[in-house]
Design a binder for this molecule. Sequence first.
Ligand code: GUN
Ligand code: FE
Length: 529
Amino acid sequence: GTLVHAVSLTETEYLEHALLGVDEAGVIAFVEKEVPSGQVEDLLQALGWTGADVQVVRMRKGEFLMPGLIDTHTHAPQFRNLGYGQQYELLDWLDNLTFPAESKFADPQYARRTYEGVVERVISAGTTTCCWYGTIHQTTKLLAAICHRKGQRAFVGKCNMDRNSAPYYQEESAQKSLVDTEDYVNFVRQQCDSPSLPSSAVSRTGPTSLVQPILTPRFAISCSDELMQGLGEMLDKDEHLRLQTHLAENPAEVEFARSLYPSLPSYAAAYDHFRLLRHNTILAHCVLLSHDEMVLIKQRDSGISHCPNSNFNLRSGVARVADMLDMGIKVGLGTDNSGGLALGILSAIRSASTASKTIVFSERDAPRKPTSNGAATEIRSADGITRPSGFFASSHLPVETLFYLATLGGAQLCDLEDRIGNFVVGKEFDALLVQTGQASEEDAMGWAGVSKDRLGENVSGKSVEDELEKALSGAQDEGVVPVGPNPALLVEPDESIERVFEKFLFTGDDRNLRAVFVRGRQIGGVGSV
Ligand code: GUN
Ligand code: FE
């Protein structure tokens, strides 16, 4: 069938009549283009793929495969607050809604029940890789164990918070926080270890486990110097450990954080002071970065999780993603629930588009200053391609770039670029099998096909529309209105894959996900293969 994947920040590749092979380990073994449908068996034979354990899945009309979506920032214990609290900005929102909600996760039963539902729903939304924040409690182990059992690829972090939080929701001391964190990291590594991949399948060293621990200092405001110092030392000792945190989200937060480090030049510099900015560090939000902070982040090769839903809801502002991309900084997308309010990354794609359009719009009134003399005229972007400086900032983010951020960009942020993110031989098969409304009449009946004679009948059994249509055109009654599983995603029979794909990104939802795969195994979706 049809494959759609990002190959660079500006290019989406559409492969029709493709044959993609996934081996028992869940690794992509081959991708053959333009295979005539009558020649699939011959080609498999030629590739040596024969026998009863080879299963061939032929995609139906209107279906395509795309890489799984990567959520680079979200908070599992906040899902019960989704949609609530529109009146607050960040610091009041934390104090009034978020800390009270997270404090309940001291209770293992409550935590288990909640996390079970949260992970299930996030998988159904197409998130194959998720960077989760838990709480300060050891019940965060339950979140990791649930991701592990359900087969989601995940980085799961126990929050560190030893100051400026709430008396009922704060760790006792830096020492206790560090000891608990080490215990947590060891637990996840021992108890959530997936069967290892055959060495032939692994393109580089490092843990291959789907679920991994990640250090999670909530933000500088809630972590003492001693705690940040200790976390930096943990990273020094352990090259496979990584870190996620929040940075420069909201004006009051930035002011508070800066006041804690009067001798350092910036908020980002505080993290750098404790050696927390590494090549695999994920920094959420970054709405209010100075140019110097962007330079520092680029120097350290850290990445930014853009969370536009949350940035709009909490009135944080609009992150300058185009400028980040123009500096060659790695960027992925995050939902940041419950600062954001949607389950999956499709919504983040839409909000990232809107966010970039609002910037372009505001620049019409107040154009940015021309780049100063001596600035580089070309820059190497995160995807390795050299582009003219200011390339992305010259307009809103195009669909190709948004798709890249949601898949390959996220993979780069998670330092998994050579394992996931697109359909390349040797990478693992994390994918979504998408079904659209481009259906045969038979299929349309099977989904939500609406028979005209069941709708709008008048007393005589004839609908007003039938009479009217006949009177106006004399057309034959076609009987069935072909709506797909999601009435918002209507696809014409001859619509190009490029248009169908864009419509899916902007109107699709979990009803369009027939199957969700991680490392070759179906872990979700409304159908089966
Ligand atoms: N900064 C510190 N904690 C949080 C959080 O839970 N959500 C968001 N959006 N920002 C934060
Ligand atoms: Fe967050």
